[in-house]
Write a protein that binds this ligand. Sequence first.
Ligand code: NI
Length: 304
Amino acid sequence: MISFKNELLNSVLSNAIFAFNSLHLNTTVTLNDTIMSKFDVRELLQKMWEDYVGLNPHVLEIHNIFVERGDDVYNDHIAIRTYNHPKVCVDVLARPFLKGGYKEAGNYRFEEKKLNAKHFEHEDESLPKVFISELRLEEFDQELNDIVTGLIDQIPDGVNQEDYFPVSKRVWDVSHETYEKLLEKSEYAAWVAAFGFRANHFTVYVNKLKSLDNLKDLNEVVRENGFLINESGGEVKGSKEVYLEQSSTLAGKIDLEFSGGKMYRVPACYYEFALRYPLENGKLFQGFVAKSADKIFESTDVHR
Ligand code: NI
């Protein structure tokens, strides 16, 4: 659905595989895993990373800035967006991750954005946390609900039961007019309609970087290299007091195909940066902070 220059895509993808391999993934599969299931959640995460950097060339460029500084780039979490419709809700998207060994570790309510979310953790701490949010459709008008139901009705049978559903991308046809109509009601609803099921963002785990230890300096490095930081709610969201600070780039705009093969320029995904602080027990806080995330969600807003 996305148009690219082929050679660009190829180089992005081959770099991406290198990039993901450099995340110190533990690729050892135990005998028990093999008996339990042939599904390897690491392959799903790899596919999500390839899709994400293919869609958002700025991500790999920023990733490589850290690599060139001698840093090991770990992912703190990946985020997926959906609607709370029973066919595509958080619990449906979470299934492959649970099958792959992830466990539910937190749930959240975002008042301003009208979202619920859950996060999942894997016992292999080198794997990113998975954060899945869903829009509470019942808090929107009939028109938005009709549009969303119309999209979900187009999903081919069984697709939402597949292990790779979280990277199935857009599994419906949507017109640019419909996208614009959704934008007026919810930027989040419009993003999901345009992009479907895939990573909305990956997140650099700043605690693991050797060359940087705070988000202000990190944001400056990103800016110096020509990228924009989301400043909605201040460039750093959260604080030491809530054990989590986050910042992010502004989503890059890409040409996306809508109904009838028509191309329009829309914001795609952003790259996030997370710095975690220790709790009283000395362990780094691993959860999320609703108030900060409300602002982070605006990184994909259409800046008019
Ligand atoms: Ni995030």
